[in-house]
Write a protein that binds this ligand. Structure first.
Ligand SMILES: NC(=O)C1=CN([C@@H]2O[C@H](COP(=O)(O)OP(=O)(O)OC[C@H]3O[C@@H](n4cnc5c(N)ncnc54)[C@H](OP(=O)(O)O)[C@@H]3O)[C@@H](O)[C@H]2O)[C@@H](O)CC1
Ligand SMILES: Nc1ncnc2c1ncn2[C@@H]1O[C@H](COP(=O)(O)OP(=O)(O)O)[C@@H](O)[C@H]1O
Length: 272
């Protein structure tokens, strides 16, 4: 079994929806409602057992219209999960005290967490395993919080080094997105995954990736012990995202199509 397909294996006869992993996502907002649909669709298509979504009512309705399998609630009433995805399409949680308290509670819970977009600021708070998924602009912002003032151009000029600095200084595994995605562990190791297609560069594509990573982390939460394993899982997720787009051919893509394609890409990467 390759290091990618290890993380993409399907269920066996003893499995049920709970043993296949429960992901709870706090994604989407009134400002960016669509990000929740993109992330939730990406997560379901990895084969996770159950996806819960905590979001405003309008966002819940949009996600249910697309994926009625999802169990929806407000963020405060999310319930138990094996892993959490926080942030894609989220307004700044600093503006919303109740949301911030909910995210702090999740960060303190010890469960593995994937942080994207508006929740990247929680990286230092997460007690369990933590994966963060910034693009270059977001990583520059994170580095500023860590006391290393940086511009997006600095990150683009030496992405692996900046990703490793952020990983070492937050304790999180950093997935720095781009045409080549650099995955850094706090010990300083960096794995780079070149995208199979530049068609991935479209709005919402990163939200789909966050959902994929959340889905995979939830499925493997019981056997994820180290940051090195988490980085290997992340590399598998990045490859899956890339294959999902590439298998659709060299044509313009919308992010939801990439999410839909993830299930078929899983089958391709797992081989015959
Ligand atoms: N359908 C949905 O719901 C979607 C929701 N989404 C959600 O939106 C939220 C914000 O995410 P975001 O990545 O767009 O914003 P932000 O982190 O500020 O980074 C901006 C970066 O872009 C660049 N940049 C800015 N303006 C530019 C310009 N005119 N032309 C070129 N470059 C420009 C800028 O670079 P800079 O200007 O700093 O050099 C910086 O690097 C987030 O929650 C996400 O999940 C998205 O996924 C989309 C689909
Ligand atoms: N030129 C490119 N070629 C291939 N993949 C890219 C390119 N630019 C961005 N990507 C990928 O597309 C996704 C964009 O994510 P992100 O920047 O968060 O956008 P959004 O917030 O719109 O979802 C990431 O997975 C990134 O690795």
């Amino acid at each position: 079994m390759s290091s990618t397909s290890r993380w993409l294996a399907g269920p066996d006869a003893g499995d049920d929806k709970y043993s296949r992993g429960v992901l709870a996502a706090v994604t989407g907002s009134l400002q960016y409602p669509g990000a929740a649909t993109l992330a939730v669709e990406g997560a379901w298509r990895t084969g996770v057992g159950l996806v819960r979504l905590g979001a405003p009512l309008r966002v819940q309705d949009l996600v249910l219209g697309r994926r009625p399998e999802t169990i929806v609630s407000t963020p405060e009433d999310l319930g138990r999960a094996d892993a959490y995805l926080l942030g894609s399409g989220l307004d700044d949680p600093a503006e919303d005290e109740m949301l911030r308290d909910t995210l702090v509670g999740i960060a303190d819970s010890g469960a593995p967490v994937v942080l994207d977009a508006g929740a990247l600021g929680f990286a230092m708070r997460v007690r369990g395993l933590c994966l963060v998924t910034p693009h270059a602009g977001e990583l520059a912002r994170m580095l500023g919080w860590l006391g290393r003032e940086s511009e997006r151009a600095d990150v683009v000029a030496s992405p692996a080094e900046h990703a490793a600095f952020a990983a070492e200084n937050t304790g999180a595994v950093v997935v720095l997105k781009g045409a080549t995605t650099h995955i850094a562990t706090p010990s300083g190791a960096v794995t780079s995954v070149a995208a199979e297609t530049n068609r991935l560069a479209t709005a919402g594509s990163g939200d789909v990736l966050a959902g994929i990573l959340g889905g995979l982390v939830a499925q493997h939460a019981p056997d994820l012990a180290t940051r090195e394993q988490l980085a290997e899982l992340a590399a598998a997720g990045v490859s899956l995202h890339s294959r999902a787009a590439a298998r659709l051919g060299d044509r313009p893509l919308a992010a939801l199509e990439i999410a839909e394609s993830v299930a078929y890409a899983t089958a391709e990467l797992n081989g015959p």
